[in-house]
Write a protein that binds this ligand. Structure first.
Ligand SMILES: Nc1ncnc2c1ncn2[C@@H]1O[C@H](COP(=O)(O)OP(=O)(O)OP(=O)(O)O)[C@@H](O)[C@H]1O
Ligand SMILES: [Mg+2]
Length: 330
C-alpha cells in the first residue's frame, strides 16, 4: 500500500515539540518486562493461480501454492516489544486447533513468552486472505467470543503474572479477550504498574484508571465526537481524561504524527516517516515501543519520541511490521 500523499504531512499548530530521542542501552531495554493482554489473531495468506471458473458457481478456482502466516492483534504488539529486546509476555485465549498451534510456534520464534488459556470450543481468531497475482480475492474470518471459564482462568493468571512485569499493555480488538479489563487495570494500578491501552469501540468506561490510552483519530472521534479545532480537541480530551481518570492520551494521527495530552500539557510530534509503504500495524508498533520505553525507565515524553521514531520506520517497511533495537537507535 503506497501512499505518496502522506509525504506532505499537515501539522497541527501546537505549543511544544517532543524532546530529541534519548539513546538507551540495549541492556536497559532488555530489563523492561512488558505483559501484553488482549485479543490475539493469526493473519494467514494463501497464494495461488487462477486458471478456470468453477463449474459449481461463477467464481474463480484458486490452486493454492503457498501459505504465509503472521501474528496479528495482541500477538503482533507483543512481537514488536520483543523485537526491541524487551522481555515480552502475552496473555490471551486461543482455541485448541491448528491456528492456535501456529500462533504458539510463531510466538516462540519471536521470543515472546506465551501465557495462553485454551478454550476447546473457541475457533482461534484467524483472518484468511486468498490472493492471486497480488489481488485479494476473498477474506475469510473465523472468530468467536471466548468462554467465561477461559476468561476467568485468564484473570487468575493475570494476578499471578502481575508481580513479574513492569508495564501492562491492553491490546483490544473487540473479540472478547478483554472482558475483565476494568478489573485488570485497577489491580495493576494498585500494584503500581503502568497500564497502556489500545482501545476499541465506544465504551471507554471499561478503561477507567488506565495510565495511557492510545487511540487513532477514528477511535477517538467515536468517543468524543468531531472536534472543530485543536482547542476544541484539547477541551474534549481533557474532559475525557478527567472523567475516566486516565493520566495521558496519545492520539496517533497517521500522516499528522501524534499528540500527547497529559497533566504536563500538549506535546505534538510530527511524523518522521520518509517513505510510506504499509501503514497497517503502525499503531501496534507505537504502543509496544512506548511500553518498552516506560518499562526501561524513560519518561512518557521520551517514550513518545521513541514511539514516533519507531512508527516512522515501520511504515516504510513492506511485510514485516517490527522495528528492532539497532534500527531504532542507528
Ligand atoms: N501515512 C502516514 N504517513 C506518515 N506516518 C504515518 C502514516 N500512517 C501512520 N504513520 C505513523 O504511525 C503512527 C500510527 O499510525 P495511525 O495513527 O494510523 O495508527 P493506527 O490507525 O492505530 O494504526 P493500525 O491500527 O493500522 O496499527 C502515526 O502516529 C505516525 O507516526
Ligand atoms: Mg490501531
Amino acid at each position: 500500500m503506497s501512499n505518496t500523499q502522506a509525504m506532505q504531512p499537515q501539522q497541527p499548530d501546537h505549543t511544544a515539540l517532543a524532546p530529541d530521542v534519548r539513546v538507551v542501552s540495549r541492556e536497559q531495554f532488555g530489563q523492561a518486562r512488558v505483559l501484553v493482554v488482549g485479543d490475539v489473531m493469526l493473519d494467514r495468506y494463501w497464494f495461488g493461480d487462477v486458471n478456470r471458473i468453477s463449474p459449481e458457481a461463477p467464481v474463480p478456482v484458486v490452486h493454492v501454492q503457498r501459505q504465509e502466516d503472521r501474528l496479528g492483534g495482541a500477538a503482533n504488539v507483543a512481537r514488536n516489544a520483543a523485537a526491541l529486546g524487551a522481555q515480552a509476555g502475552l496473555l490471551c485465549v486461543v482455541g485448541h486447533d491448528e491456528p492456535g498451534e501456529r500462533i504458539v510456534a510463531l510466538l516462540g520464534e519471536s521470543h515472546v513468552h506465551a501465557h495462553l488459556e485454551r478454550d476447546p470450543a473457541l475457533p482461534t481468531t484467524i483472518k484468511l486472505r486468498v490472493l492471486s497475482r497480488q489481488q485479494q480475492l476473498l477474506r475469510v474470518d473465523f472468530e468467536n467470543t471466548p468462554a467465561h471459564e477461559a476468561l476467568l482462568a485468564g484473570l487468575a493468571r493475570f494476578d499471578a503474572l502481575l508481580p513479574t512485569h513492569d508495564v501492562i499493555l491492553m491490546s483490544d480488538y473487540a473479540k472478547g479477550g478483554l472482558t475483565h479489563v476494568t478489573q485488570m487495570i485497577s489491580k495493576a494500578r494498585a500494584a503500581g504498574k503502568a497500564v497502556l491501552v489500545d482501545p476499541k469501540g465506544d465504551d471507554w468506561e471499561r478503561y477507567r484508571g488506565a495510565s495511557v490510552i492510545t487511540p487513532n483519530r477514528a477511535e477517538l472521534r467515536e468517543v468524543v465526537g468531531n472536534w472543530k479545532s485543536e482547542e476544541d480537541l484539547l477541551a474534549r480530551v481533557t474532559k475525557l481524561r478527567t472523567d475516566l481518570q486516565i493520566d495521558a492520551l496519545l492520539l496517533t494521527r497517521s500522516e499528522e504524527g501524534m499528540t500527547l495530552f497529559s497533566g504536563d500539557g500538549v506535546l505534538h510530534t510530527p511524523t518522521v516517516a520518509r517513505e510510506v509503504y504499509d501503514v497497517s500495524g503502525a499503531g501496534d508498533t507505537v504502543i509496544a515501543t512506548l511500553s518498552v520505553a516506560l518499562g526501561a525507565g524513560l519518561s512518557l515524553q521520551e517514550g513518545v519520541a521513541l514511539a514516533n521514531r519507531a512508527a516512522g520506520i515501520v511504515v516504510g517497511k513492506l511485510g514485516t511490521a517490527t522495528v528492532d533495537y539497532d534500527e531504532l537507535f542507528q
